[in-house]
Design a protein around this ligand. Structure first.
Ligand SMILES: Nc1ncnc2c1ncn2[C@@H]1O[C@H](COP(=O)(O)OP(=O)(O)OP(=O)(O)O)[C@@H](O)[C@H]1O
Length: 266
């Protein structure tokens, strides 16, 4: 008999709710993402993306529902779950007074990676993003896009199988945004890792991606772009998103935000 090995989803979010006092930020959120895939978590400002990331990364306790990373429950097997996870938060987190190499080596040490191995990984990853020559430069001397790329390298140092990025292109110009997105897509290909890319920018979705559409704390649709477009009877994901979330059609063009102010709270 042929035994088929079952691989658990990279991320399995099941019935997750979260409130801030009376405010319900997530309401029965369920979806899975497959290993090695690029999945976009698409939602307007205030949809609940950052709250979801805070639960997945165990910054907040999951009180309702469950979150599993490669089968490891974030509550009961948080060590193994977090070992498989890399995360780039929306806010900048490099120490500006340290060099690129020091920032990265410090993070590697926190993960218990020996100095020699850490330096080898740092050099390889910086090479993959064309920043090998910036190893000794102070983080302060980097552009916003370069800082983001270093943060991405930092999130990859412990060789996670799933990378979460929360609005990774916020505050960057169109060129840097495209570069970051291309960098991540190339790293997914090269390293075979899965990515959950949170954004409110519809233009960051590619036809080949999987998408989870989050609106006011609820999942409106989840699956391959083509399936969502077909199921909603839309011409493209732009129209599907607009019709699902009850918005006026979104005009196309360089990275049109679907809502005006990034970081605005409702
Ligand atoms: N610390 C908090 N206290 C109270 N309410 C909060 C807090 N953090 C978020 N919220 C509320 O929870 C909801 C979801 O916010 P969240 O930041 O998770 O959304 P988001 O999709 O990440 O939005 P953005 O793109 O603006 O960061 C919003 O209505 C927000 O106002």
């Amino acid at each position: 008999m042929v035994q088929i090995e079952w691989e658990p989803p990279a991320l399995d979010v099941s019935g997750v709710s979260h409130s801030y006092g009376q405010k319900k930020a997530l309401d029965g959120v369920s979806f899975t993402i497959a290993p090695g895939r690029f999945t976009v978590l698409l939602g307007l400002n205030g949809a609940g993306k950052t709250t979801l990331f805070s639960l997945v990364s165990h910054l907040y306790d999951t009180r309702e529902g469950s979150i599993r990373i490669f089968g490891n429950d974030i509550r009961h097997a948080s060590g193994e779950a977090l070992r498989r996870l890399g995360i780039v938060f929306q806010a900048r987190t490099l120490d500006l007074d340290l060099s690129v190499g020091q920032n990265l080596a410090y993070h590697a040490a926190l993960h218990g990676i020996g100095r020699g191995e850490a330096m080898a990984r740092i050099r390889t990853l910086l090479g993959q993003i064309d920043m090998a020559d910036r190893l000794h430069d102070k983080a302060r001397s980097l552009s916003g896009g370069q800082m983001r790329r270093v943060e991405i390298v930092r999130a990859l140092l412990h060789e996670p199988s799933l990378l979460l990025l929360d609005e990774a292109t916020v505050g960057l110009d169109i060129r840097s945004r495209a570069d970051i997105l291309a960098t991540i897509r190339a790293l997914v290909e090269a390293n075979g890792i899965g990515v959950l890319w949170a954004t409110h920018l519809i233009d960051e979705v590619d036809d080949k991606d999987e998408v989870v559409i989050l609106d006011k704390g609820r999942v409106l649709a989840a699956g391959p772009v083509a399936a969502i477009v077909r199921q909603t009877g839309s011409a493209d994901i732009r129209q599907a998103f607009a019709s699902l979330s009850g918005l006026a059609p979104i005009p196309s063009g360089g990275g049109t935000p679907v809502l005006p102010a990034v970081g605005a709270r409702r």
